[in-house]
Design a protein around this ligand. Structure first.
Ligand code: TRP
Length: 358
């Protein structure tokens, strides 16, 4: 017995999806579908941690993110696509992980510190526990791989910490019940048999982190007050071109090598976006554009972005007219997801010692 290779990832259904979500996450999931079993989740339980969105907007955003997954090339036949709240295993395992994780671990999470801001006492308990729910998302399926942007690295380390502590604390039970798998990479820190895999992050590519078009040191974000700072997946051709034309740059020409981008965050970001959209390395892009001015590079980038994004956008618009089609994909996905997670949760309850009387 070994852990089956299985990838899990998710995006929150909060408002507009933008280029950063697409290049940093969803577009990277597409090839994984041919490498292993894949599960892609719309994480609506995470979407209520900062504050409760308007119910109608939450529903609309859940369908919109699902449509974006499909338009980007996630195939509902190859992959399981569903929304988190439909599979109770996530909440149940998250509660158990709240009792595995330590408050100190949570307090160290940089995303919590950023999102809670100065008034930490007033943040929801759910915001503090956010990474424990994320660990539950992954481990309810014993996922071995998680493709994400590099901003999620710390959360994945915490997922491994939770898996390690559970594996250690319950090693005897796991062995006795015969529900473990020999540790594929034996180490003194872990028991010989594991219940949860030690999940690997899959972080790669030229633009895992897409920055704001107005400030190359800030992440592209849906919460930025300036709409010019991001390209939304729903933007039309003219809007995409205008935003790229207006993107902040410096007066210098593009360098011929990546080293020349040091200290030029805006230039680095636009080259990174070009590279990711063209599926090239930054070096290759600079071989082509080194020495040229932004007045030449920006129109080329705008053409590329329009060519890559508009077919997706039009498919997303089509799905907007067909909510029933989206809902039936999510229903099928939730059933397939639950069929994997339920037996795992059953073992977890047994390991812990919850009395099963049903
Ligand atoms: N926290 C992730 C983000 O903000 C979203 C997420 C929730 C996720 N659960 C996950 C990503 C599980 C990967 C795996 O992008």
């Amino acid at each position: 017995m070994t852990f089956r290779s299985r990838a899990f990832s998710g995006v929150q259904p909060t408002g507009n999806l933008h280029l950063g979500n697409y290049l940093g996450a969803v577009s990277r999931w597409v090839p994984v579908q041919d490498q292993m079993e894949t599960i892609f989740c719309v994480v609506d339980l995470h979407a209520i941690t900062a504050s409760f969105p308007d119910p109608g907007e939450l529903q609309a955003a859940t369908r919109e993110v699902t449509a974006a997954y499909i338009a980007a090339g996630i195939d509902p036949k190859k992959s399981i696509i569903f929304n988190q709240s439909q599979v109770p295993a996530h909440s149940e395992l998250a509660w158990i992980f709240n009792c595995v994780a330590r408050i100190g671990w949570m307090n160290r999470m940089t995303q919590f510190k950023d999102k809670a801001g100065k008034n930490r006492e007033n943040a929801s308990l759910g915001l503090l526990a956010y990474p424990s729910l994320m660990a539950a998302d992954i481990l309810a399926y014993k996922a071995t791989h998680v493709p994400v942007g590099d901003d999620q690295k710390q959360h994945l380390e915490l997922t491994r910490d939770i898996a390690a502590k559970f594996n250690n604390d319950f090693a005897a039970q796991v062995k006795e019940l015969g529900v473990g798998v020999p540790n594929p990479t034996p180490s003194p820190e872990l028991p010989e048999e594991l219940f949860f895999p030690m999940t690997e992050p899959m972080i790669a590519g030229p633009a895992t982190r897409i920055m704001s078009l107005r400030d190359g040191t800030k992440k592209m974000s849906k919460s930025d007050p300036s709409d010019l700072s991001r390209i939304n997946l729903i933007d039309d051709e003219d809007t995409i071109s205008k935003k790229i034309r207006k993107a902040k740059t410096d007066p210098e020409a593009l360098p011929s090598e990546v080293d020349g981008l040091a200290g030029r965050p805006e230039a680095g970001n636009l080259v990174g976006i070009y590279a990711a959209l063209a599926e090239k390395t930054k070096d290759e892009v600079l071989q082509e554009f080194g020495g040229r001015q932004f007045s030449e590079f920006k129109p080329a980038l705008a053409d590329l972005a329009v060519a890559k994004l508009t077919p997706m956008t039009s498919e997303m618009r089509r799905y907007k007219e067909e909510p029933a089609e989206i809902d039936s994909i999510l229903k099928d996905g939730a059933e397939r997801a639950a069929a994997i997670a339920e037996p795992i949760l059953k073992d977890v309850r047994k390991i812990i010692g919850f009395l099963d009387v049903r």
